[in-house]
Design a protein around this ligand. Structure first.
Ligand SMILES: Cc1cc2nc3c(=O)[nH]c(=O)nc-3n(C[C@H](O)[C@H](O)[C@H](O)COP(=O)(O)OP(=O)(O)OC[C@H]3O[C@@H](n4cnc5c(N)ncnc54)[C@H](O)[C@@H]3O)c2cc1C
Length: 322
C-alpha cells in the first residue's frame, strides 16, 4: 500500500475530526481502528431488536470550532437535540445536549464517509525507517506514513510507542505517564415494557453503585424495544472489573430497580477501560516535530466528546505546521 502523508491511529471523534481537517487541507490521510465499528467511545449497540448507546450518552458544545461541525450535522439530520435540562438540574433553562439520530455513532459514521478508514486493524508495533513511520497490525498488514497521529487514550498510546524503542517524549515521559483514567462498567438491559423513567429518559443517580440510567426508547433510538443503559460508578467498576457478568449485572440491575417499572428480560455487561481522564494533559495535543509524531484525543482535551473533538482539530493544525 502506498505511504500516506498522515496515518492516524484511532477512528474515535478526535481521529476523525483530525483526519477531516487534514483532508480539507489537501493531505492524504489514512485511519486505522482496532474496532469493528467506528466512533470509539461514541458507541451504539444492537441487542434483542433494541438499540442502545452504551458509551457516551450525549454531547455538549461550547466552542465555535466544534459548533460549526455540529451545525452541519444538525442540518444533515445526523444529530438532534435530546434535552436541555434534566429534572435534577438546577439551571431550569439548561443548554442543549445532543445525540445521534439513531445513536451516538451517527456523527462518527457521517465523518467517515469522506475518509479512508480501515477497521479491525489493531496496531501492535511501530517503528521508523529513514523518514517514514511504519505501523504493523495484528492482522499482519503494514502501513507507512510521513507523520503519525495517535488518538488512543494516552496509556494505550504510550504502550504502543514503546514498541518503537525510540525516545519520543522530549523529556516529558514521566508527565505523559502520569495521565490516568477512570474505568467504567455498563449494563445494557431489555425490558418487557416501558421503563417508567421520566422525560427526557436520562437520569443522573447520586447515590449507590450507579451514576446514570438512560431509557433508549424515550431517547428516541430504540423505537420498538424498551432498552436501558446503566453506568456504574468508578469504584464499583474497579471492584467488579474481573467479576462475571452474572455477578456484576444483577448488582447493577438491583440498584436500578427502584427507578424501573418493567422487568428485565435480557441483559449484558460491557467494560470500559477508559471513561474519562482524571488529570488530562494541559495542552490540546503533544507533538514531537522532529519525529513527525502527534498525540491527541480526550487525554489532551479532557473528559468530554467536545474536548476530544477540539484536540483532534488542534492536532491537525499542528501537523500542518511541521
Ligand atoms: C461509559 C462512558 C460514558 C461517557 N459519557 C460521556 C458523555 O455522556 N458525554 C461526553 O461528552 N463524553 C462522554 N464520555 C467520554 C467520551 O466518550 C470520550 O471523551 C470521547 O469519545 C473520546 O474520543 P477519542 O477520539 O479521544 O477516543 P476514543 O473514542 O476512545 O477513540 C480512540 C480509538 O482508538 C482506537 N485504538 C486504540 N488503540 C488502538 C490500536 N492499537 N490500534 C488501532 N486502534 C486503536 C480505539 O478502538 C478507539 O476507537 C463517556 C465515555 C465513556 C466510556
Amino acid at each position: 500500500m502506498q505511504p500516506t502523508d498522515i496515518l492516524i491511529i484511532g477512528a474515535g471523534i478526535s481521529g476523525l475530526l483530525c483526519a477531516t481537517e487534514l483532508r480539507h487541507a489537501g493531505r492524504s490521510v489514512r485511519l486505522l481502528d482496532k474496532g469493528r465499528g467506528l466512533g470509539g467511545r461514541m458507541a451504539t449497540r444492537r441487542m434483542a431488536g433494541g438499540r442502545l448507546d452504551h458509551g457516551a450518552q450525549y454531547f455538549t458544545v461550547r466552542d465555535a470550532r466544534f459548533q460549526r461541525y455540529v451545525d452541519a450535522w444538525l442540518e444533515a439530520g445526523v444529530v438532534k437535540e435530546w434535552f436541555r435540562h434534566l429534572p435534577e438540574d438546577t439551571n431550569p433553562a439548561g443548554y442543549p445536549r445532543y445525540r445521534g439520530l439513531n445513536g451516538m455513532t451517527d456523527a462518527p459514521k457521517h465523518l467517515a464517509r469522506d475518509l479512508e478508514v480501515h477497521n479491525s486493524q489493531h496496531v501492535t508495533g511501530l517503528s521508523r525507517d529513514t523518514d517514514l513511520w511504519i505501523a504493523r497490525t495484528q492482522a499482519g498488514d503494514t502501513f507507512l506514513a510521513k507523520h503519525l497521529v495517535i488518538t488512543a487514550p494516552l496509556p494505550q498510546a504510550l504502550n504502543l510507542l514503546d514498541t518503537s524503542g525510540m525516545r519520543y517524549a522530549n523529556g516529558a515521559t514521566d508527565a505523559l505517564l502520569a495521565v490516568r483514567y477512570e474505568r467504567g462498567l455498563a449494563t445494557l438491559a431489555i425490558l418487557d415494557g416501558p421503563s417508567g423513567l421520566p422525560q427526557p429518559g436520562g437520569m443522573k443517580v447520586a447515590e449507590g453503585v450507579l451514576t446514570w440510567i438512560a431509557d433508549n426508547q424515550l431517547k428516541g433510538i430504540s423505537a420498538d424495544v424498551p432498552a436501558v443503559t446503566l453506568h456504574a460508578n468508578p469504584d464499583f467498576a474497579d471492584e467488579h472489573w474481573d467479576s462475571d457478568n452474572d455477578v456484576r449485572g444483577p448488582r447493577m440491575l438491583e440498584a436500578a430497580k427502584p427507578f424501573l417499572e418493567s422487568n428485565v428480560v435480557e441483559y449484558n455487561c460491557h467494560r470500559w477501560g477508559f471513561t474519562k481522564p482524571v488529570n488530562p494533559w494541559p495542552e490540546p495535543y503533544f507533538q514531537n516535530a522532529g519525529l513527525q509524531l502527534t498525540l491527541a484525543g480526550d487525554s489532551f482535551g479532557g473528559q468530554r466528546i467536545e474536548g476530544a473533538a477540539l484536540s483532534g482539530i488542534e492536532a491537525a493544525a499542528a501537523v500542518l505546521t511541521v
